[in-house]
Ligand binder design. Structure first.
Ligand SMILES: [Zn+2]
Length: 101
């Protein structure tokens, strides 16, 4: 007999939010970017998400961005597993079992 206990595991460390890149002008009047309209610095990487209920953006290195991306993919995989598990739970809801008896 099943205990009904559900264990869901993630494929690795997880992280909510998104990683994006931005290109920007530095603002220095002597820099190429102030003369050349198309020249922008970057890419700069940033993570955007919610921390303690507040929308938060963090500027991160390329290496950290890669790690964040991996973790965000793990988080999506975990969410898919949760959605699937919840869907299965509805298939096996108490009223479904009662009807099958
Ligand atoms: Zn510049």
């Amino acid at each position: 007999m099943s205990s009904g206990k559900v264990i869901i595991t993630s494929p690795g460390p997880i992280l909510p939010g998104t990683v994006s890149t931005v290109h920007a002008k530095c603002g220095k009047p002597t820099c190429r970017c102030s003369h050349d309209r198309k020249y922008l610095h970057g890419p700069y990487y940033r993570w955007t998400g919610w921390i303690n209920g507040r929308p938060t953006t963090k500027t991160i290195s390329e290496e950290i961005a890669r790690d964040c991306h991996k973790r965000i993919e793990n988080y999506k995989e975990l969410q898919r597993k949760i959605d699937q598990t919840v869907a299965n739970a509805l298939d096996q809801a108490p009223w479904m079992q009662a009807r099958n008896k």
